[in-house]
Every structure is written in C-alpha cells, then in structure tokens.
Ligand binder design. Structure first.
Ligand code: NAD
Length: 514
C-alpha cells in the first residue's frame, strides 16, 4: 500500500476520506452522522460520524459477554495467534493509520507513526505472553497437599480512552485482554472517533483471517461520555480501563467501586524533573525539550515542572528559553515542525488562564502566545511557554493540558524532592544527574512518589515492556508490560489433598467421630 501524500496543500477532509476508505471504514460510518469531527490542523470539520445509541451499546456489551464465554475456552497460545495477526495487519496499515492520527489529533508524523508502532510492539509482547500466563506453586503446611494459583479469563474488558493517544491505549488493553481470554468493548474519545473506526476495521481483518473467533469479541461504541457511562454501569463489564482526566476518574471510579468492578484508572499527570549540579546539561536540554514540548505538551507524561539547582540555573534556563523561542511551531505535516496544534479552543483558553495566573504570581513568561497564520480561525497554534516561577505554587500545582513548563530554582536536594512530590498527580518523573547518590535516592522509597521514575531521560516516551501508570490522583492503574496482564484475569488459589487424611490448616481440629 503506498504512503498517502503528506502534502499540506491537499484538503484534509478529502485526505481523511481517502485514508478511511483505504483502511476499510464504510462511508456510512463517517459521512452523515451526528458527531462532527474537527481536524486541529485547520479547525475544519472532516467527518460526521454516526454515534452509537445506548440500546446499541447494551447490545454490543451483550455480544461481547457471549463472546467471552466462548473465547475463554480457546487455549492461550491460540488466542495469541489472533493478536499476532492483529500485529501483522497493523504493520501493513502503519503508514495510513499513523497519518490519520496526524490529521485527527495534530501529532507530527513521526509521533503519529510512533503511536502505531506502539500498538505493534504491544501485540508482539502479548503474543509471547499468551504462552506465559503462569501462576505460582506455593509451599503448603499440610503433608501430601499441593497449593497453587491458576489464572482465568475475567470477562468483558471496557476501555474508555482519551483524545491524545487515540489508538495506542486501546491496543495496550486489547492485546492483553485478548490473550487473557477476555472480550473488549471500546469507547474512544468523542474528539477522535475516526482513528478508532480505522483501528476497528484493521482488527476486523485480523479476525477474518483468524477464522473462528466468536462474534462480538471486539466491539466499538462511538459517542460522548453518556455512552461511556453505559460501559461504566453495566454489570456484565467486570473490569474497566479508563484513560483521561482526573476529573473523569473522580466520576468513573466511585461508580465502578459501587458495583465492585475492577478499575484500571490512567488519569492526569503533573510530571516533574530535577536538574542537579552534576547533570550533563547538553543531554538534559534535549531531554527537557522533547518531554515538555513534544506532542504540543499534550501527553499525560509531558514534563510540566522543572526544578533547577541554583548553581546551574543561570546556565541552563537561558539556553532553554532560546530553544523555546526557536522551536518550529506549525502544521505538523510541514517538514521541520516539532510543535503542532492544540486539540481545540478550550485547550487554548486553559493555557492562557494558567499563564495569566502565573503572571499575577510574579512569573517571567517566555512564549505562550498564539501563532497566527496557520490553519483557519478554529485552529490553535501556540508557542510553548517557559514560565520562571518565583515559588512552587499556584498553577504549577495542577495539570494544564498544554505546553507550559514551570521552572523553579532550588538549593537543597531535600527541598527539590519535597516540591516534586507536593502535587496531586503521581504519574511520571525524572532526574538529570551524574551523582549516583542523588539518582538512587530519587528512585528509592524516599524519592519520587510516581509510578515512573527515570534517570537522565525525561518523564515522557515510555516503552511498552514496563508497566505503565501512576499513583495518587493518576489513579493507580497499570497497563502494558511487566505483570500488568494480571488485572485482566482472575486468580484462583487451589489446594489439592492427595493424602488419605484431612489435616486442617493452623492445627484446627474438628472431630466428628467415626
Ligand atoms: P477526558 O477526561 O475529557 O476524556 C477522556 C474519556 O473519558 C473520553 O472518552 C470521554 O468521553 C470519557 N468520559 C469523560 N467523562 C466520563 C464519564 N463521567 N463517564 C464515562 N466516560 C467519561 O480527557 P481528554 O481531554 O480526552 O484527555 C486528556 C486527559 O487524559 C489529561 O488529563 C491526560 O493527562 C489524561 N491522560 C492520561 C493518560 C494516562 O495513561 N495516565 C493517558 C492519556 C491521557
């Protein structure tokens, strides 16, 4: 399949139409529906997507439940074969789906393609995992007994995802869920239904090649949060992965808890880095620039707070301000662009509000203004903002989903760690240092309180091999690699007596005579 042209001249709606057709999405799904989809590149409407009704959503959950009952009986390695085929189909569609991510979300092409690569990577991981869903054998206190764990499929996995990783988040969940014997019902962001429709069409090709997968194994619900709520409240959904803002998690979490469903919450971040006097400043500069400005500051792991030691502040921060002034902001399809558009006007307003608060708190703000002349009136391009704050306070304490990096001077390492942890979110973190004691302390129980703690790498850009997620207001969920698969299965502890006696645990006796 040839690469679609990445020309900035072609009308985006026409390009999207061509891509969706090539990817196998029926025109009826996106030509005249109720949900208008805008490209942040130009602000124009690029599709009208048909929404799922709540009756259709309930029926889809019913089909997924029935599919699970059959799929759980298929051996794990055979289930892995479906995921292997999904990985193959994603490889074939990588250029087209990556470009569609660019057009629907505004990511620069290497990040659009990188998101699809992440889907391929998790498929490869899950194929291996399909032969490794193992439990422990545990020493028992009773003679001639055996104790062990078995892992069983759980049921329907609900997935609610955010706009900024419109397809990768589904794949982290779906690839694991499928090999674990579960079915999946996905409600993508209402801002990004096109990449979801395309992903669903790709998955249908893998299902067709697989041959005998039950109908309803992978279901897609398109709509607003009310459709997400159907998934949240349905008792046939024993586990729900919800990715989005902490505000969303505050609504979804208690509703899941009320019906004792499992919640995998992947919520907001307010990620920081500490730059210590021994840091390699050239490396730190590059790491900070990517982590803070990449994806136009719209990653959950985006670097938002920077603590710089007094002794190097006046060397590092002016260099950083220069990079902020020069970095190319523009149409993500144009060569050399590093910072594409914000998703919409609300994101722009949120950014300007945080910058106004910063100025009122006495900050020096570099950048942050709207860059005119790119896209239409409904497109929002901004120069990333570097904000030198006199104190770690105010807007720095919350996540603003835009490219703002707050910089604060520190003099004691203890103080830097204290500030680092003094926010609600606990997703990702990093330290730039060549001092082994500082690095180890940062990663220790007395250091960063986040789910991800890096050394000499920024907080963003995780690989799928590790478990991904964060603590506190980030929600506590873990997805992707390591043993994150366990959240998609239920554990049974089995004790088997192969003796002729019936010894009770803890020396308890219960003699009923002969
Ligand atoms: P959002 O919270 O506005 O929406 C996320 C999803 O939740 C959407 O699909 C939306 O329809 C749905 N939703 C919202 N309220 C709901 C409710 N009450 N019931 C059911 N569904 C509901 O988030 P967004 O603007 O799309 O994404 C940005 C946010 O997501 C940021 O805060 C970012 O940090 C976070 N995020 C976190 C991770 C992570 O892995 N921790 C990854 C990506 C994004």
């Amino acid at each position: 399949m040839p690469d679609a042209p990445a020309s900035t001249a072609a009308p985006i709606a026409a390009q999207v139409d061509q891509l969706l057709q090539r990817l196998g999405v029926p025109k009826s799904a996106y030509a005249d529906g109720e949900l208008a989809v805008r490209s942040p590149i130009s602000g124009e409407t690029i599709a009208l997507v048909r929404q799922t009704s709540s009756e259709e959503a309930k029926a889809a959950i019913g089909r997924a439940h029935a599919a699970h009952l059959a799929w759980r009986l298929v051996p794990g390695p055979r289930r892995g074969e479906l995921v292997r085929l999904l990985g193959e189909e994603l490889r074939a569609a990588k250029a087209d789906l990556g470009l569609l991510v660019t057009l629907e979300v505004g990511k620069v092409p290497s990040e659009g393609a990188g998101e699809v690569q992440e889907m391929i990577d998790i498929c490869d991981f899950a194929v291996g995992l399909s032969r490794q869903l193992y439990g422990l054998t545990i020493a028992t206190e009773r003679p001639e007994h055996r104790m062990m764990e078995t892992w069983h499929p759980l049921g329907v996995v609900g997935v609610i995802s955010a706009f900024n990783f419109p397809v990768a988040v589904w794949s982290w969940n779906a690839a694991l869920a499928l090999v674990c014997g579960d079915s999946v019902v996905w409600k993508p962001s209402e801002k990004t239904p096109l990449t979801a429709l395309a992903t669903h069409a790709i998955a249908q090709r893998a299902l067709a090649r697989f041959g005998d997968a039950p109908e309803g194994l992978l279901e897609l619900l398109v709509g607003q949060r009310d459709i997400g709520e159907v998934l949240v409240d349905d008792p046939r959904v024993p586990v729900l992965s919800a990715t989005g803002s902490t505000a969303m998690g505050r609504q979804v979490g208690p509703r899941l808890a009320a019906r004792f469903a499992r919640a995998i919450l992947e919520l907001g971040g307010n990620n920081a880095a500490i730059v210590t006097p021994s840091a390699d400043l050239d490396l730190a500069l590059r790491g900070i620039a990517f982590a803070a400005m990449g994806t136009a500051g719209q990653r959950c792991t985006t670097l938002r707070r920077l603590f710089v030691h007094d002794g190097i502040y006046d060397t590092l921060v002016p260099r950083l301000a220069k990079v902020y002034g020069q970095v190319k902001v523009g149409d993500p399809r144009a060569p050399g662009t590093l910072v594409g558009p914000l998703i919409d006007g609300a994101a722009f307003d949120g950014m300007q509000k945080a910058l106004a608060e910063s100025r009122a708190a006495g900050a020096t703000v570099h950048g942050g203004e709207r860059v005119a002349g790119i896209g239409g009136d409904g497109a929002y391009y901004v120069r990333p903002a570097l904000v030198e704050l006199p104190a770690h306070a105010g807007p720095a304490l919350r996540e603003t989903f835009a490219p703002i990096l707050y910089v604060v001077r520190y003099s004691s390492f203890d103080q830097a760690i204290e500030w680092h942890n003094a926010v609600g979110a606990g997703l990702s973190s990093s330290i730039f240092t060549l001092d082994m004691r500082e690095a180890e302390r940062f990663m220790s129980c007395a250091g960063s309180d986040c789910g991800i703690a890096n050394v000499n790498i920024g907080p963003s850009g995780a690989e799928i091999g590790g478990a991904f997620g964060g603590e506190k207001e980030t929600g506590g969920g873990r997805e992707a690699g390591s043993d994150a698969w366990k959240a998609y299965m239920r554990r049974a502890t089995n004790t088997i007596n192969y003796s002729t006696a019936l010894p009770l645990a803890q020396g308890v006796t219960f003699d009923i005579g002969d």
